[in-house]
Design a protein around this ligand. Structure first.
Ligand code: NAP
Length: 268
């Protein structure tokens, strides 16, 4: 019998997750199907319980439900610490967060270890929470720079028990970029073609620039980083890895990353 999986969010129509997960199920010959479901906040509880009652294997949870979901699905340690989850497994009836390890895996698979490195995280929203947690747990010293400085300070205060982290505004960004080994954009800047917070003149060839924005795949930030000779990592790299980790939570099987990545890049 077919086992169903899916992603719930609002909006959801542009999600790349169905293409990615169905490619992995096909490659492994598994009798499973993954869909995208538009779920408004007021129906979140009913949607999750409905999926459980219908025998779904699991769900991904995306914006804007990642924080609220852990109020009624028990959180594992990582999603509890981060304060948000992106994966529900109905076998264990637990919520997990694979964004943090997906970000770390993206760096690792590109030969980047963050242990002892100075990492500048641009942004202090939901993605920054998971990325900062992953970085701190892996021994990085993190500066969070956000347009709304108090949000960066709040996030840093929340994360301080996990490591060396400081929150600040976007002022003097050139100096903040100059002293970073790794720069990670977790803001939405870059979704609009031609926008970037950091330009080539601020970067050098020893740095790593990782942009979580995946639409467009090659953002202006990544083009600027390449001009400066920096190593670049795009948002699809992380999307695929966080998805692969969810797949593993549900099925216990490591999915073929190459098939997932190809389908995500084709779909975008
Ligand atoms: P969010 O919670 O809404 O946070 C948005 C962040 O962007 C905030 O820090 C906000 O600053 C900042 N921002 C927005 N407009 C800005 C501007 N004009 N100048 C400077 N900063 C600005 O969003 P999110 O859920 O963290 O997602 C952020 C991005 O990451 C999205 O593009 C999302 O698709 C991407 N993402 C990718 C992956 C992946 O797997 N590749 C995973 C998760 C998220 P303020 O606080 O000042 O408003």
């Amino acid at each position: 019998m077919i086992t169903f999986y899916g992603v719930i969010g609002d909006p959801i129509e542009h999600s790349l997750s169905p293409a990615m997960h169905n490619a992995a199920f096909d490659a492994l010959g598994m009798d499973c199907y993954y869909g995208a479901f538009h779920v408004k906040g007021r129906f979140l509880y009913e949607a999750v319980n409905g999926a459980r009652c219908l025998g779904f294997g699991g769900l991904n949870v995306t914006v804007p439900h990642k924080e609220i979901i852990i109020r009624f699905v028990p959180a594992d340690e990582t999603s509890h610490d981060i304060g948000a989850a992106n994966t529900i497994d109905f076998k264990t009836n637990k919520a997990y967060n694979t964004d943090a390890s997906g970000a770390i895996a993206s760096l690792r698979d590109n030969g980047v270890s963050v242990k002892g490195k100075r990492v500048l995280v641009l942004g202090a929203g939901g993605a920054a929470r998971a990325v900062t947690y992953g970085l701190l747990k892996n021994g990085a010293a993190v500066t969070i720079a956000n347009r709304t400085a108090p949000k960066a300070a709040d996030l840093a205060a929340y994360m301080r028990e996990y490591g060396d982290v400081f929150g600040t505004g976007m002022d003097n960004l050139k100096e903040k970029v100059a002293i970073a080994d790794v720069i990670i954009n977790t803001t939405t800047v870059g979704l609009n073609e031609g926008e970037t917070l950091v330009t080539a003149d601020m970067l050098n060839e020893k740095q790593v620039v990782f942009d979580l924005v995946y639409r467009p795949v090659e953002t202006k930030l990544l083009r600027e980083a390449k001009l400066a000779g920096a190593k670049t990592i795009d948002g699809i790299t992380m999307l695929v890895r966080q998805g692969a980790l969810s797949f593993e939570v549900w099925t216990g099987v490591k999915p073929p990353l190459d098939a997932m990545e190809r389908s995500a890049r084709d779909a975008v």
